[in-house]
Design a protein around this ligand. Structure first.
Ligand SMILES: *[C@@H]1O[C@H](CO)[C@@H](O)[C@H](O)[C@H]1NC(C)=O
Length: 880
């Protein structure tokens, strides 16, 4: 009764506001209540009007780095016009200044001349560069809109957005004057780790003002900054190329061109200080930006002096410094002005973020540094509050924001949902099991629908010396034993082939298949491939052969993993093999997930994703995937994938992809499940969209939803559609308050869900941590309900999303996002397998530096080269 009343009040209260997605229909109540902490801190909202100014800095031939624009505004406020800028304003480093009072301009705007503090007059006699900064009053923001919004009485409109932006700029202002930063984090050297190659990791703190239900919150998290190591540039360069003697940087002593280019890619853009004196006897005190490295060493590199004579860089420095260079054979740094400076005279100031991709061999170090158990992470976050120092920031105080540090991290009402029961096949000791802490095992269980394998082959790419016949026999025995345990029938012994990985993989596999066909009358259903260490290329070729050209299931195993492998290893392999051949490992027991597997409402669940090329890889396209179940138990999935224009966020070919998945769903229900004609169409469609940010929600509704509807219309079906966006790129983390509420990893238990406090004030959303903890702090997934023709309650959507986290075939653990979304991610990341390994499409790093015209033609090549899945695999979980 009481909760009905509350719900009514809630609905009444929100009746007139508009939302992008679905308005929250109700709060969920299922599961066991538990109080947890999250890494958010309550803050008060300013009470007086905030003035918003537009900032234009000229000349602005190119966008100045935020470090410089911040510096210019600092100069403006402190030195150029302190009388106008008291109390001081906050600046976002780009286009926006916010002030708590109206600036005293004669008109709506004013222009100021500002120079950078320590830019000394240059040798050419020109004075320091003058920047013109024009401020224009554009709006007054009444923070009352924020109060109304968090109380659920106002819409998420532009005023609210700008007000939230203003508060974010306020809290960032002080730290951005004191610490190195990137878009959202600040970094300190209080916690660092040297990872070699000229790099060190710094602890960073992320902060973001976010509206919660009834309160404004600051979400604080830790992050990791990869920094260039400070100190002599020469040492940094040597460390990067992994050499000790400076002459390793000398072309005369054999520095390969390739290595110099690699080094140049690594350090270009770095700011350096020069340790020598200029012609005027002065030291340069402002850092200069390194543009490139010279090809020639200092003693061979000549330039023309202003007086007209030419001399080598080495001679020049010998003359101006009165002593010879220590390493004249070493290459030089070229800075922005074109000046050439010997590496030995350059110094790297501390706190410079390396904004490029971390070398692959260092990613493990970065991961280790970033990984912290929940208790440690929460402590580190609390330490971060000291660094972010809201209490000491004049900006935070003068805007009237009070951050409640003392109250500590926000305590929120969470609930732990009951996991679905999972059903195994005949012959299992227990037909149904209930996962505990997000995990279960295969002991004494048979697959729900195991396959039978009549013909198979083993192809070994490891040298016979390392993986001999005995090793192969051991592997086969281990695999067969595990197959037997889970109910897979191995009806024959395999044919074994040793092949050379340097050869043509496709031909080798084809001939292995031909041998099987010759002896057994038909080709193999499965090829098990043993890969050597570093066999990635072989892997790609095997997958291309199996999934694309030939249509045969392939299972790759690393030779090192097979050596004395435990039964558990092969049990995991069986999980993949069974579904690749069309079997079903387990299904959620219909009685425990009635919303999902209600026979009166046949449901198709989809996972959709676009992945984009890494930053800087401009010639590469984006790839899309759509994965959907075909069975009534939402356990068996199929996939469609495409290549599309680079960095386009919406799935261009969603109509055709949806059409394919829906057709396959109906066909499976008709042919395999033998449903009566007229009952094969889905009545519900749950569409999970991954990889879109809040700003793109509208686009999903405006561009993707119509494509899905078109696909349905062309099939003359009319399922009720629900769209949820699943996101993991947020910084909300759950922390248990006591050991009793934690799993063995110290994380909140699998199934912990939150839709209050930190959830959205008006839109239908929730955070769900569906998986058991592993090494660090788990990341709950965030679900935003964008569209819902099914009128689902919060309880219904939470429980069905949680259930879908349990049907990921490859593991006996629940996963952090619904299985179809997880599969879509795998399908996208394997897009490379669709290209002929012998073909012309180039995935190597060297192929990524291209101009616009080249990018277009390279996209065309990527489109043409993308081969569709083999017909036979399109009904199978080849991606498992
Ligand atoms: C959902 O609610 C709307 C509005 O109340 C109603 O028109 C529609 O029929 C409902 N849909 C379902 C599937 O119950």
């Amino acid at each position: 009764m009481f909760s009905v009343l509350l719900t009514c009040l809630f609905l009444f209260r929100t009746a007139h506001i508009t939302t992008v997605g679905v308005k929250r229909p109700d709060f969920s109540t299922a599961g066991t209540p538990v109080t947890i902490q999250v890494n958010s801190f309550a803050t008060s909202v300013p009470n007086s009007i905030i003035h918003h100014y537009d900032v234009v800095i000229s000349p602005s031939e190119k966008t100045l780095p935020a470090r410089m624009t911040m510096d210019l505004i600092r100069r403006l406020q402190f030195d150029v016009a302190p009388q106008i800028f008291t109390p001081r304003c906050v600046y976002d480093g780009r286009k926006n200044i916010f002030s708590i009072h109206r600036l005293k301009f004669d008109t709506g705007s004013q222009e100021f001349d500002v120079t950078l503090a320590d830019e000394a007059p240059s040798a050419s006699g020109k004075g320091p560069k003058v920047y013109k900064i024009k401020l224009t009053h554009v709006a007054e923001i009444n923070p009352e809109v924020l109060h109304r919004f968090i109380e659920g009485k106002g819409s998420h409109d532009n005023t609210v957005l700008t007000a939230i932006t203003a508060l974010n700029v306020v809290i960032r202002m002080q730290p951005s004057l004191s610490y190195p930063f990137n878009v959202r984090s600040f970094f300190t050297d209080r916690e660092t780790k040297d990872i070699g190659s000229g790099l060190e990791l710094w602890r960073g703190y992320f902060q973001s003002v976010r509206p919660g239900i009834g309160k404004m919150l600051i979400n604080v998290d830790i992050s990791t900054g990869t920094m260039y190591k400070k100190g002599p540039l020469l040492r940094l360069c040597l460390e990067f190329i992994g050499k000790n003697h400076p002459n390793a940087l000398s072309p005369t002593h054999g520095l390969p061109d390739r290595e110099r280019l690699r080094l140049q890619r690594f350090i270009c853009g770095i700011r350096i200080l020069t340790t020598h004196c200029g012609p005027d006897g002065q030291k340069h005190t402002t850092p200069r930006v390194l543009k490139k490295l010279s090809t020639a060493p200092a003693d061979k590199l000549t330039f023309t002096m202003r007086e007209g004579q030419s001399m080598t860089v080495a001679d020049y420095f010998q003359r101006t410094q009165n002593k010879p260079l220590q390493f004249p054979h070493v290459i030089c740094a070229e800075v922005g002005s074109g000046a050439l400076i010997p590496l030995e005279l350059c110094d790297v100031p501390p706190g410079q973020l390396m904004r490029k991709q971390v070398p692959p061999e260092k990613t493990k170090d970065v991961l280790d540094f970033a990984t912290k158990k929940p208790l440690d992470r929460l402590q580190s976050i609390k330490n971060g509050l000291g660094v972010l120092a809201y209490g000491q920031s004049e900006y935070v105080r003068q805007f009237g924001m009070h951050v409640d540090n003392a109250a500590g991290p926000l305590k929120v009402q969470a609930r732990v949902l009951k996991p679905p029961m999972l059903k195994y096949g005949p012959g299992s000791r227990q037909a149904c099991i209930t996962p505990r802490d997000g995990a279960w095992n295969m002991v004494d269980k048979k697959f729900f629908k195991p396959v039978a394998i009549e013909r198979w082959a083993v192809v070994v790419y490891e040298r016979q010396g390392r993986f001999n016949d005995q090793a192969a026999q051991d592997m086969i025995k281990g695999l067969c034993d595990s197959c037997y345990d889970v109910g897979i029938k191995m009806k024959s012994t395999p044919f074994i082939f040793w092949e050379n990985g340097q050869g043509r993989i496709a031909d080798q596999l084809k001939s292995a298949g031909a041998t099987v066909a010759q002896k057994m009358g038909k080709g193999p259903q499965l090829i098990v491939v043993i890969l050597p260490e570093g066999g990635n290329d072989i892997y790609t070729s095997v997958k291309h052969f199996g999934d694309i050209t030939m249509g045969v299931a392939t299972q790759c195993l690393k030779s090192s993993k097979c050596y004395r492998a435990k039964p558990q290893y092969y049990a995991n392999v069986c999980l993949k093999i069974n579904v690749k051949l069309g079997g079903i490992n387990t299904i959620p027991d219909p009685s425990s997930v009635s919303v999902l597997t209600d026979p009166h409402n046949p449901t198709i669940v989809m996972g959709a994703l676009v992945i984009h090329p890494a930053p800087g890889s401009d010639g590469r396209p984006s790839f899309t995937a759509l994965v959907a179940n075909v069975d009534s138990d939402t356990a068996k999935y199929i996939a469609a994938s495409r290549v599309q224009t680079s960095r386009v966020e919406m799935i261009e070919e969603l109509e055709a992809m949806s059409h394919h998945c829906l057709t396959m769903y109906m066909r499976y229900r008709e042919v395999v499940e033998k449903k009566a004609a007229g009952t094969t169409a889905p009545k519900r469609m749950i569409f999970y969209r991954d990889g879109v940010s809040e700003g793109q929600f509208k686009q999903v509704l405006e561009q993707e939803l119509p494509l899905i509807k078109k696909a349905c219309a062309s099939l003359k079906i009319n399922p009720k559609i629900t769209i949820l966006v699943v996101g993991k790129r947020h910084h909300v983390r759950f922390f248990p308050m006591s050991e009793r509420d934690a799993d063995r990893s110290g994380n909140c238990k699998a199934g912990t869900v939150v839709d209050r406090d930190v959830a959205h004030p008006t839109e239908f959303d929730f955070y769900l941590q569906a998986h058991g903890g592993l090494l660090g702090t788990s990341r709950p997934a965030h679900y935003s309900v964008l569209y819902d023709e099914n009128n689902f309650s919060a309880d219904a959507l939470q429980s069905l999303s949680f259930a879908l986290c349990h049907v990921y075939a490859r593991s006996t653990r629940s996963v952090s996002i619904p299985a179809p979304v997880y599969y879509a991610d795998i399908v996208c990341s394997r897009a490379k397998n669709h290209y002929d390994p012998q073909g012309t499409v180039d995935f190597s790093d060297s192929a990524t530096q291209v101009d616009e015209g080249q990018a277009a033609s390279s996209l065309e090549a990527f489109r043409r080269g993308f081969k569709p899945l083999h017909q036979s695999q399109s009904t199978l979980m080849y991606f498992s």
